[in-house]
Unconditional design. Structure first.
Length: 119
């Protein structure tokens, strides 16, 4: 069992930056790949980025590529999402999720944090 707690969301203007954090507890953090997903009102949940257990491999959806950066600090059991050049269409609830090493099944989720970008 892995517990995940997101923080750092808020209301910002278009063009601004935010950094989300996701603190993990319960198991050895480096045994898990991590991902950030988001869900906007009326839309399906979207996986926007993920990072391998070591941090050596990352993936970004086209919608955030070049603007968002995922990173992790295994010593702090934390994964981060740096979001730059935010757009109104980035408005959503952002979730972090964990998958056991070698699996693509993100079985553990945080409660989510709201990001609202005004135009």
């Amino acid at each position: 069992q892995v517990q995940l707690v997101e923080s750092g969301g808020g209301l910002v203007q278009a063009g601004a930056s935010l950094r989300l954090s996701c603190a993990a507890s319960g198991r050895t953090f480096s045994n898990y790949a991590m991902a950030w997903l988001r869900q906007a009102p009326g839309k399906e949940r979207e996986l926007i980025t993920r990072i391998s257990w070591s941090g050596g491999s990352t993936y970004y959806a086209d919608s955030v590529k070049g603007r968002f950066t995922i990173s992790r600090d295994n010593a702090k059991s934390t994964v981060y999402l740096q979001m730059n050049s935010l757009k109104p269409e980035d408005t959503a609830v952002y979730y972090c999720a964990a998958a056991p090493r070698g699996s693509s099944n993100y079985a553990w989720w945080g409660q989510g944090t709201q990001v609202t970008v005004s135009s």
